[in-house]
Design a protein around this ligand. Sequence first.
Ligand code: SF4
Ligand code: SF4
Length: 255
Amino acid sequence: MDLDVRELLADTIKRYLDRYCEENGLERIWGEPPVAFADARSPLFQELRTVVHPEHLMPEDILPGATIVVSYYIPYDRELAKGNISGNTASTEWAFAYALTFSIIDDLADTVATDVRALDFEAELPTPEQYDRIPGDIVSRWSQRHVAYIAGLGTFGKNNMLITDRGCCGRFYSIVTNLDVEPDRPVEGERCLFKIDGSCGACMRKCRSGAITPGGFDRWACDRHGDASRETYNGLYACGKCIVGMPCSFRDPSV
Ligand code: SF4
Ligand code: SF4
């Protein structure tokens, strides 16, 4: 039953993305989406109020009676990522794909939620106000990457992205449900080579803003680097240099 629900939702996401490209005459933009189930009652959600923001939401805030948060990862296509390796600012194709992904993400989630409701369970989406940045701040009250971590999709790399089985070059999203399935567990150990033994560090060398250092990740430095992009791409901040051309871009580099 669990495997069937997971497969059903992964298939829905894949078909939605494939259909979008086909109907709009676009080259392939996204790869295969893995899906995982976070335990909505995990104490790790409470910890996000310390790790991310004191007002981080609990699954119950989005859906009373929540049991499972369905988290999924939408990887970008490898060829698209290759095109963003060089240069100081995002390639035009990368910026387009980044903006496009953002523009469809709520509709896609609604489609996934419809599937869950068709199984006679409830499903609610976090709103953009919940998962977008808090005004004046640089974090959100529903961190998709941290939810994905709790769901067992991967572990954090030095580049502050979650390294999944299929790498870190993509986006995360989630919906809150009362599905009756076994939750997945967070991945044990580390996948980032720098965190494992101090090797790699490719994302640090590649970062255009000095945001990634051995000591941590400076979100504000990363954000300031976005000014050039915002000027070029009509207010859009796209960079992604630290997630393309990396040993962790499309795979778990620890195996
Ligand atoms: S590029 Fe290397 S150091 Fe950076 S997150 Fe990936 S594995 Fe870790
Ligand atoms: S998005 Fe760009 S500026 Fe921000 S950490 Fe990655 S490479 Fe550095």
